[in-house]
Design a protein around this ligand. Structure first.
Ligand code: TMP
Length: 208
């Protein structure tokens, strides 16, 4: 698992952030040198870009501007955090990565998967994750969770259910494109059961 780049994806309210944290604790307990980070953000410049993107006041943001800002935040995060960690031999767990842009901007915003992929390849130097866990929760259940917990609601949470359904369909299309890299995890169960599934999936992936 040395030098492995593992990403976590899913719709709003899929629970991936808590799941990722539990997986980090588990791997650290096994003395695997692991770092956990998130997109958009993880470091100062990218967190600043995140604030601009997710600000509920920025209603007039153009879809291409949004895609470019996510790619810019990703580039900086890649250069400052992910690539140096992988070079040191660490295992990187990242909350969202390029597949979020393909699903949200490519399909949700109708910019096209190929167009958003091309834009992002420039940002990531063609470095895709080794493994991606898609935490599968239907968008209506995920959104209900978001609005019933106390995390601040952001500009993308406020999009229509139709938008979030398109994003979900987008993920399904991306999973078909990358069946070896992206694994589906049932995210509707209790968190302990989901974490168990994720750990088993990662361990069996790297054993093969
Ligand atoms: P989070 O809620 O998982 O922290 O993600 C923030 C929001 O940004 C979420 O609505 C998904 C969205 N997003 C995109 O639209 N494109 C991207 O490339 C990324 C990384 C996130």
């Amino acid at each position: 698992m040395k030098n492995s780049f593992i990403t976590f994806e899913g719709p709003e309210g899929s629970g991936k952030t808590s799941i990722l944290k539990a997986v980090e604790v588990y791997f650290k307990g096994l003395n695997i040198d692991t770092i956990a980070t998130r997109e958009p953000g993880g470091i100062k410049i990218s967190e600043q870009i995140r604030q601009v993107i997710l600000d509920v006041e920025n209603k007039q943001m153009d879809a291409k501007t949004e895609a470019l800002l996510y790619a810019a935040a990703r580039r900086q995060h890649m250069a400052e955090v992910i690539l140096p960690a992988l070079e040191k031999g660490q295992t990187v767990l990242c909350d969202r990565f390029i597949d979020s842009s393909l699903a949200y901007q490519g399909v949700g915003r109708n910019l096209g998967i190929d167009e958003v992929l091309a834009l992002n390849q420039f940002a990531i130097d063609y470095k895709l994750p080794d493994l991606t866990l898609f935490i599968d929760v239907p968008p209506e259940i995920g959104l209900k969770r978001v609005f019933s917990n106390d995390r601040a609601v952001d500009r993308l949470d406020l999009e229509s259910l139709a938008f979030h359904q398109r994003v979900y369909e987008g993920y399904m299309e991306i999973i078909q494109r990358y069946p070896n890299r992206i694994k589906i995890i049932d995210g509707t169960q209790e968190i302990e059961a989901v974490v168990k599934q994720v750990v088993e999936c990662i361990e069996s992936f790297f054993k093969e």
